[in-house]
Ligand binder design. Structure first.
Ligand code: PMP
Length: 408
């Protein structure tokens, strides 16, 4: 054979397959509860007001330079402000110069660059990477793509619809030292269940005792509780303990800049590190990886985000916008639960309001999800994960009635 003649066909991304089914559905009543992108109560994408104002200012600025290439590690006003949001302005890690922050193709790009850095430079043999079961499907895909061997750790019990914290703890306790452990900072995708402070403290100690390497994924800061500070609790606890770690940060949901690919990858050196110059050495290797992949990151989205992050009025407006988004999602969780309870739908529905963030893990079985689609034209993945922000005043009752019908 010559060339790519024998290339095998890869399976379609499962969310993209769902999107196709939705487009092919001819019902005027159809509802998609699939993609993690915020919608307002009219079912429309919401342009975050602070970001709209920043865009206006961006276009008013007639600088000749704004379409020039960004530096390899990114636009420093953006990456620095992004690190302050993520870690807290007064973070000791920032004050002590223990952080290196680089621009990436949003959160996914940060997961990729991070995984690549770790496979290249963690001591060989390349360690295992542990991810929660279940987790966002791209965690496994991004990690395996660069050659990491991925293992699950227990996270969620489908029967009790709650966290399996003790099983998570014991699985991580038996992970080989040096293993990478992926932890979602808040608004866990897909379960909507996060650790509480005490549980995070236990995980931080365990990571230190077992000498695991934490890879934190922060895609929903401010989007879960409405507070940037509440939502980065896990990060602050790791910093407080002085642990070496890496963090992927996304502004897709929090600023509504999905397609502009706005995000960063951060390396945080251990406090009292016995590796002088490690931050500069990490940065120098990241420069090679980034240069080889994309030469330089996008500039429009990060410049707009940077205007928001570096202006106190716009920043305060953005914080209010985060409250608007997270509150509407919470309201829809309650509305769906109330509708189901009103219908006396079999089962309990409290879990819908115990969960937080973009997704509801409904507990519907694959067969029930299939029937939601075929009989009711309501599309959601077979895992039963529902994008809550696709619910609105006009469709929530119908979604509840459909759930009621499929579970009876
Ligand atoms: N991590 C998690 C857990 C996510 O849910 C997402 C978005 N679905 C991301 C990272 C990254 O998304 P993006 O690449 O759009 O920033």
């Amino acid at each position: 054979p010559y060339g790519l003649a024998t290339i095998p066909k890869a399976p379609a991304d499962f969310l993209m397959g769902l999107k196709k089914d939705f487009l092919a559905d001819e019902s005027t009543q159809k509802v998609a509860l699939v993609v993690g992108a915020y919608r307002d109560d009219k079912g429309r994408p919401w342009r975050v007001p602070a970001v709209m104002e920043a865009e206006k200012r961006y276009f008013e600025d007639s600088s000749y330079f704004k379409h020039e290439y960004s530096p390899i590690l990114g636009i420093s006003e953006f990456t620095h402000a992004a690190s302050q949001v993520l870690l807290g302005k007064d973070s000791p890690a920032l004050a002590e110069g223990r952080v290196c922050s680089v621009q990436t193709l949003s959160g996914t790009g940060a997961l990729h660059i991070g995984a690549l850095l770790l496979t290249r430079f963690l001591p060989s043999p390349t360690p295992w990477a542990f991810v929660p079961a279940p987790t966002w499907h791209l965690h496994r895909q991004c990690f395996e793509h660069v050659g990491l061997t991925v293992k699950d750790y227990p996270y969620y019990d489908g029967v009790t619809k709650s966290l399996t914290f003790s099983a998570m703890e014991s699985a991580l306790r038996s992970a080989p030292p040096g293993s990478v452990v992926l932890l979602q900072v808040c608004a866990h995708n897909p379960t909507g269940l996060d650790l509480d402070e005490e549980q995070w403290r236990l995980i931080v100690s365990l990571v230190q005792e077992q000498r695991l390497f934490p890879f934190l994924d922060c895609a929903y800061q401010g989007f879960a509780s409405g507070s940037l500070t509440k939502d980065n609790l896990a990060i602050r606890l790791f910093i407080e303990a002085g642990v070496e770690m890496v963090i992927a940060q996304s502004f897709s949901k929090t600023m509504g800049l999905y397609g502009q690919r706005v995000g960063c990858f951060h390396y945080v050196a251990a406090a009292h590190s016995d590796a002088p110059g490690v931050v500069e050495r990490v940065a120098s290797q990241l420069a090679i990886l980034i240069r080889s992949e994309m030469s330089a990151a996008p500039s429009y989205g990060p410049r707009v985000a940077s205007i928001v992050l570096n202006d106190s009025e716009l920043y305060a407006e953005w914080e209010r916008n985060l409250v608007t988004m997270s509150s509407r999602i919470t309201e829809m969780r309650w509305k769906l639960r109330q509708e189901l309870e009103k219908l006396e739908t079999p089962g309990t529905w409290k879990h819908l309001t115990d969960q937080i963030g973009m997704f509801g893990f409904t507990g519907l079985t694959p067969a029930q999800c299939q029937r939601m689609k075929s009989k009711h034209h309501i599309h959601l993945p077979s895992s039963g994960r529902m994008s809550i922000s696709d619910l609105n005043t006009a469709n929530v009752a119908r979604v509840a009635m459909s759930i009621d019908e499929v579970v009876r």
